[in-house]
Design a binder for this molecule. Structure first.
Ligand code: BES
Ligand code: MN
Ligand code: ZN
Length: 499
């Protein structure tokens, strides 16, 4: 089992825990209370820094074992660089760096949330605490055999020491809600597809009822009645039934139009009849990272009681080859009435999203919508794993997403849409085809989605194939699933729709 993290806050006092974490700037200076607590050990730090060439650069670390004059077994000094330049996301990263320096065996640690200029402000200390929690996450529920020295303690107690404990506790409440949303999304992405198939995903989404989210699960008869034949076609080769889940949080003004988030939830993508090669196919258990993000985000918004009306919609299917599976050449009628010729059954995400986007517009008339999808390998070729691709029909929404990305470190890069690309998805037999060839693959996918969205409705599509899992391992995540997008979209809501 994962080691339970017990995070607490307390005043800055003489440390007696196993590990002490302290911050210094790039002049190796400590805050006043930290300096006092270190006492004569401060001299040791200066000598060790010299020999280890530790300069206090942001995120770097220096470790001292059994420092003379201190009761702790280990002192970890984390560089904060130039503290005046630190932004919210940097405090989150510092918290992650601090957590990352705790030895696996350490059951207790104290973190001094102080900089040379004095105690961190409550929001800064709360951001730091969020980083600790994000970094402490591990998905190890299926590990039953571990060597003695690799076994983590049954629980870890981390105390973040601050100047105004009450103010930090209160600032931390919302950040804890968001962190829980990120961890929920990571769990969903990390789960294997034999455990997390559409019905099971829907059950986990339904657990959001306990934080006050209204959850509706649409089953196959209901989806047939709605006419979601594009989505159902993707799932028809699977032994597991498809589902669509609608999650609503009404924390805003009564009757005000909601903001809508839509997620691709392909619980496993074999490619279908256009089957994928074997190499790395196991990664396709993460092809529901968009839906995981939407679910984690709805948790975050509800748990922090965001003053917004928000709706999350996720399309849950499994793309399998089978006697009943959809074939290349098949033509399906989407809920919108538009017909689609299936050229490649591996371009399934757009089929799922087309129906869910259309449904979201018709039913909720949202203020704006953002969809997230591990949609194309092409976006990874274009942007690598650092930025998600953003496509938008509205400049203001695009700007706001870009800004929220810079604030949180979950970066988005705008890509073009344009009617020039439309001809690539025109079909000989139907209204459109589901692939546009190799060139501009992420763009033609987005252009396909655009056909299911009202032109006047502000809409952004985030292609998270490169950011939803795997290579986003950094100071605040060492697990495979990243939970990418929860912090970004929570920030978007906080910045622009709650003020
Ligand atoms: N789920 C994949 C895209 C993907 C690839 C996500 C790698 C994450 C990592 C998607 O369904 C897919 O297979 N897309 C095809 C589209 C093509 C057939 C037009 C692709 O990108 O190759
Ligand atoms: Mn696919
Ligand atoms: Zn897919």
């Amino acid at each position: 089992m994962a080691d339970a993290l017990k995070l607490g806050f307390g005043p800055i006092a003489a440390p007696n825990r196993a590990v002490l974490v302290a911050f210094c700037d790039d002049g190796l200076k400590f805050g006043p209370l930290t300096g006092r607590a270190l006492g004569s050990a401060a001299g040791l730090v200066a000598r060790a820094a010299k020999s280890e060439r530790f300069t206090g650069k942001s995120g770097s670390a220096l470790e001292l074992v059994l420092p003379e004059g201190l009761k702790v077994a280990r002192l970890v000094v984390i560089g904060a660089g130039k503290p005046a330049e630190l932004k919210a996301k940097d405090f989150v990263m510092l918290g992650g760096a601090a957590m990352g320096k705790l030895p696996a065996s350490a059951a207790e640690a104290t973190v001094f949330a102080e900089l040379p200029g004095g105690a961190m402000r409550p929001e800064q200390a709360a951001d730091l605490a969020q980083g600790v929690v994000l970094r402490a996450y591990a998905f190890d529920r299926y590990k039953t055999k571990r060597k003695e020295e690799e076994k983590p303690p049954a629980s870890r107690k981390i105390t973040v020491c601050v100047s105004d404990v009450a103010a930090v506790r209160s600032a931390y409440r919302a950040r804890e809600a968001v962190a829980d949303g990120v961890l929920m999304a990571r769990d969903l992405v990390n789960e294997p597809a034999n455990v997390l198939y559409p019905e099971e995903f829907a059950r986990r989404a339904a657990s959001l009822r306990k934080v006050g989210v209204a959850v509706e699960v649409l089953d196959v008869p209901k989806l047939k009645k709605l006419g979601m034949r594009a989505l159902l076609g993707v799932g028809q080769g699977s032994a597991h039934e498809s589902r669509v889940v609608v999650m609503r949080w009404n924390g805003g003004r009564k009757g005000e139009a909601p903001v809508a988030f839509i997620g691709k939830g392909v619980c496993f993508d074999t490619g279908g009849i256009s089957i994928k090669p074997a190499a790395s196919m196991e990664d396709m258990k993460g092809d529901m990272a968009g839906a995981a993000c939407v679910t984690g985000l709805m948790h975050a918004l509800a748990a922090r009681k965001a003053k917004v009306n928000a709706v999350g919609l996720i399309g849950l299917v499994e793309n399998m080859p089978d006697g009943k599976a959809q074939r290349p050449g098949d033509i399906v009628k989407s809920m919108s009435g538009q017909t689609i010729e299936i050229i490649n059954t591996d371009a399934e995400g757009r089929l799922v999203l087309g129906d869910v986007l259309w449904y979201a517009v018709q039913r909720f008339k949202p203020k704006f919508m953002v969809d997230l999808a591990t949609l194309t390998g092409a976006i990874i070729v274009a942007l690598g794993h650092e930025y998600a691709g953003m496509f938008a029909n509205n400049d203001q929404l695009a700007t706001r997403l870009t800004e929220a990305g810079e604030e949180t470190g979950e970066l988005v890069w705008r890509m073009p849409l344009g009617k020039e690309y439309d001809k690539l998805i025109d079909s000989k037999f139907a209204d459109m085809k589901n692939t546009g060839g190799r060139m501009g693959g992420a763009i033609t996918a987005a252009q396909f989605l655009k056909r299911f969205v009202d032109d006047k409705m502000p809409w952004a599509h985030l292609d998270i194939a490169g950011t939803g899992f795997d290579s986003r391992q950094n100071d605040i995540n060492k697990s495979w699933g990243s939970g990418w997008g929860v912090r970004l979209l929570d920030q978007l809501v906080a910045d622009y729709y709650e003020k």
